[in-house]
Write a protein of this length. Structure first.
Length: 363
């Protein structure tokens, strides 16, 4: 199966739960003990789809795969609200952010973005509606979603994965490419997925939960851009950023922009700050909102240097979010200094192609 086809299936397969568990003894296949945090909702008789979504932060899940080089993947919890969880999904071939929302009808994938190498909160941008689990939780419950037919084909099915043995909900999805069987354990989430292609039923692709870590942070690798000290252009350097659930890229970039490599100038004034970084899924635009301390810090700078500072800011976000559109505001309003004026939300000038790698000092 080609990489693109598998990546397209990832949003179907990922409802990574976040649950506390004890490691079982090697010979014991009893599932680990689970503690979950769930949103408030009116309880009903019998199991609820909400039982299969967990809201615990700072959890890293590792799935072992077979049948395809991209069947193994990892997830990290990026953001959590009362009724939604955003996961970062790394297949080794691409990185995506996916939002799962608990609704009155079930569990729904409400937003997703591929090639996501930055970090932005997508919760609330309901750009899709793909129902993964629908109530009532009973064999025979069937629904159509996003062009696919799903059906609950088993309840309390015994499923063994590298992490243990669970009683799982089995959801079978029929797609144009083949059949997907997803297995969800209460309080844990997705524990296993099996894809059987229509064209070759022997070419089965499997992913199964193998490891779960708490208190985990994800490490991002960002190309951060800076103006040259001599004003001759822009350089970039690779920087690592470690983020836990709820941490923002605005906080990280504010600090990174203060510490340029040798031969480069800071992007961020000493008292400047980035208030927020966002991404508009429908417009395909990265957004950055600066504090007024940033524009105040431009006082006395030449137009040439300020232009390179803004280009460095734009290049960094454009690179992280794989877009050419970077919209600028200052505390929600216009950008105004001695040298420049930008209307609220006006796009900055992006020129990644002219930047050169910085020559880092080595010991």
């Amino acid at each position: 199966m080609k990489k693109a086809a598998l990546i397209a299936l990832i949003p179907l397969l990922l409802l990574a739960g976040c649950a506390r568990k004890e490691e079982p003894e090697p010979e014991d296949t009893t599932p680990p003990v689970v503690v979950t945090v769930t949103p408030e909702r009116p309880r009903q008789e019998g199991p609820s789809a909400w039982d299969y979504l967990s809201f615990e932060p700072d959890v890293h899940m590792v799935y072992e795969g077979s049948g395809n080089e991209y069947a193994s993947f990892e997830t990290w919890v990026e953001y959590v609200t009362r009724d939604a969880v955003q996961l970062r999904v790394d297949t080794g071939g691409t990185v995506s952010s996916v939002v799962y929302t608990a609704t009155e009808d079930g569990l729904v994938m409400t937003a997703s973005r591929g090639e996501e190498y930055g970090r932005v909160n997508l919760i609330g941008q309901n750009t899709t509606e793909d129902i993964l689990i629908k109530e009532p939780i009973a064999v025979g419950t069937e629904w159509r979603s996003d062009g696919k037919t799903r059906r609950i084909t088993g309840v309390d099915v015994e499923v063994t994965v590298p992490l243990g043995t669970y009683k799982a909900l089995e959801v079978t999805t029929k797609t144009a490419a083949g059949t997907v069987q997803d297995y969800y354990a209460k309080g844990v989430g997705l524990i296993k997925t099996v894809f059987t292609p229509n064209e070759d039923k022997s070419a089965v692709i499997t992913s199964a939960l193998a490891r779960r870590e708490t208190g985990a942070a994800v490490t991002l690798h960002l190309n951060v851009y800076y103006p040259r000290e001599d004003g001759s252009g822009v350089v970039f350097t690779d920087r690592e950023v470690s983020l836990k659930t709820g941490d923002t890229l605005a906080q990280a970039l504010t600090e990174l922009f203060r510490t340029p490599p040798a031969g480069a100038a800071p992007v961020m004034p000493k008292k400047g700050e980035i208030l927020s970084v966002g991404f508009d899924l429908q417009a395909g635009t990265a957004t950055v909102d600066l504090g007024k301390s940033f524009t105040e810090g431009m006082a006395g700078k030449s137009a040439a240097l300020e232009r390179l500072i803004l280009q460095s800011l734009a290049n960094t976000l454009a690179d992280a979010f794989q877009t050419e559109n970077v919209a600028l505001t200052v505390e929600g309003g216009a950008y105004r200094t001695e040298n420049f004026y930008f209307d609220p939300g006006q796009n900055l000038y992006v020129r990644i192609d002219t930047a050169q790698a910085a020559e880092e000092e080595t010991e």
